[in-house]
Design a binder for this molecule. Sequence first.
Ligand SMILES: [Zn+2]
Ligand SMILES: [Zn+2]
Length: 461
Amino acid sequence: MTMKLTFHGAAGEVTGSCHLLEAAGKRILLDCGLFQGRREEARKKNTNFPAGIEKVDAVILSHAHIDHAGRLPLLIHKGYRGPIYCTPATRDLSAYMLADAGHIQESDAAFLVRRGQADAKPLYTMADAAKVVEQMISVPYDRPFDLFPGIRFGFSDAGHILGSAAIALDLDQPGGARRVVFSGDIGRAGLPIIRDPDPPEGPRADALIIESTYAGRVHESPGDAQGMLAGHVTRVAERGGKIFIPAFALGRTQEVVYELHQLARDKRIPDIPIFVDSPLAVNATDVFRLHPECFDQGEQLVGEVPELFQFRMVKYVRSVEESKALNTRRGPCIIIAASGMAESGRILHHLLNGLGDHRNMCLLVGFTASYTLGDRLRQGATSVRILGQEVAVRAEVQMVAGYSAHGDRNDLSAWTKGLGPAAKKGFVVHGEAGLVAMAGILKELGVGDVTVPTLGQSVEF
Ligand SMILES: [Zn+2]
Ligand SMILES: [Zn+2]
């Protein structure tokens, strides 16, 4: 019996993860992510959903990142009424993430209308996003689930973000048992809070679909990152400056708070206030609190402290007034605010106010894409434009790269080995520079037939 895979996203690029598996008369969608990047190009790809895709029989979601879940509201808008399987933490995170994505879509469209594009419409609305969550069914890690007669799947911890999973599908077919493994996004050993990646070990897979974001790189370790963070915080506090940390509201913010908590307990940083200035981060932190089943019990802080994200130094800021009040605040402090690439969000006000002061620091802890404000600062710009104003950059700019949520070449190779016997066919997705490197890793590990699919390509096997 043949099976068929069609790659409807993250094919030759990172975003838009969406793969269709057709087998035993069923159509199963793995992820339904949003294309991101240049506005017009992304918009075109996002609206161009494959015809009839809303008639799939089931959706299985690897994790809550928008490049994996962000087209689900559109799928439902088009009429999909079936189940969306995901882990319990992914379901809860998606409730916030997708509502936020819907809000961004609505405000983008409103902006275009104001600019004179009268027919601009949001790709979907917050109301569409809310419906996604109603169709989500939680399946815990490592509990095989009978999807249809003769088709089972299981989630295993991908160690990438809270609730992230790799998916292994087992199909009993007339010609014998067959297995398809989808990696989702693979994390790293030693990341704060969450567990290390745990590959779905099993019989030889017929097909392995694997991400490749950083397959061509080796990261600095999370342990080194903690030491660098402590050094920067101590130095800036001593000179009375503020530290601005642009951070994605979900994941990176909680990791940084957790790391600062650990450092404060170990007395490796001075006692200065830490402000988490992002309403979405406040909500996402609540979701973390609800999912201790995802925490790495081997970590000291997880084992010893009941409240990981609440300690004397940290304060969560919801209201705009409180956020603005931070601008006039004197004395050293840490301000963590979205967005991670400093392209939007409350971090802009803080940078606008604080970049001119040589005592301050902008500390970059995540990936910054080309042409973003975060990237210009990283490149050493002496002057930047923020909210229409030109600002001289006198503050120090530093980066700590060790918190990447994506595994490097060693992590990806270890994960693939952990699957057991080499897969018959490998499909390398979710990468740019890493695609060729990952194809090389698969071949080294004995996967005979490796493909880097293009968008829309179908393969039967
Ligand atoms: Zn991800
Ligand atoms: Zn991704």
